[in-house]
Design a protein around this ligand. Sequence first.
Ligand SMILES: *Cc1c(COP(=O)(O)O)cnc(C)c1O
Length: 353
Amino acid sequence: MPRLTIDLAKIRDNTRLVTGSSAKFGIDIFGVGKGLCGLPEVARSMLAGGCAGIGDSRLENLKVLRDSGIDAELMLLRLPELSRAEEVVMYSDISLNSELSTLRALSVAAVRAGVSHGVLLMVDLGDLREGVWPDEFTQLVTETASLPGLRVWGVGTNLTCYGGVAPDDRNMNELLRLSRLAEECLGYELQVSAGNSSSINMLLSGQLPRGVTNLRIGEALILGTETLERTLIPGAHSDACVLTAEIIELKEKPSLPIGQLGQDAFGEVPTFVDRGVRRRAIVALGRQDVAIDGIKPRNPGATVLGGSSDHLILDVHDCPELRVGDALDFEVGYGAMLALATSPYVRKQYLNS
Ligand SMILES: *Cc1c(COP(=O)(O)O)cnc(C)c1O
């Protein structure tokens, strides 16, 4: 069975690297474990590495974290479903919001549950995912503040997710301008939650403007990468997650299929380069488990040729040492990790727990 090995000490080290830097600027880090299905072991490593709280996009994951005894602040990152307001106030301390109708439902649920629910109000600064438009922001702030059971916790934005918009001086200063307006309306200080792993370069180089107090960081803590250009953070581990799968066939075959070509198993018409007869391996892993473009064999001579639902085909001509039954290790990207973590066909295994 393929397995995903998660090195908890490496995630803790990566987290320390980021929190060590953010602390100098008065910025708290909420660790985001959604790329690994919100596993409590991963959340604990992030907390041990200095995170102030944990964020996740799924209520199901937050519930598991709470039930596992984690008592750090939990933040629901995806805007709540209006129909699940009761669960939102039960399993998260803070949720990201941009819809007044949802906020009204959260208010009713919070009053009923006897809790004060924190709200991070989101503004869209151009990436075009969640958030109200800046000119509607103060109205959302005042209306939210009037709802019982809710407490405006902060002002936030999310960048580099849908539109690929980078954080810069212009959008960061706009966020701070809006947070000051909101603070004037409310008469108390707010958290300013400026973004995700695409803010890492600005954070590490001290370029985030004063006034930013919070970042929600996932990928950088797990894979050690910033996400503007996906470069490795200096000193971070890139191999906290490693995929391992077994060779089930190893044969010499031509590199061109034989016969008339139609579509492949996924409705695409594949193309091939004739490199003659090559040694190829089939590994017990497929598109049902992982985005096959997002993995890279650690064995230097091996390359992924393609794959179907349950078979991954590699060129291993330059790896004469390999045998049927051997395990191959792969580095994983974020999308691949996300799918592997979700697949019930992939065993999860921890190192250094
Ligand atoms: C996923 C997510 C994050 C964390 O993103 P990374 O790129 O993994 O750091 C932060 N904020 C929101 C709203 C998210 O959905």
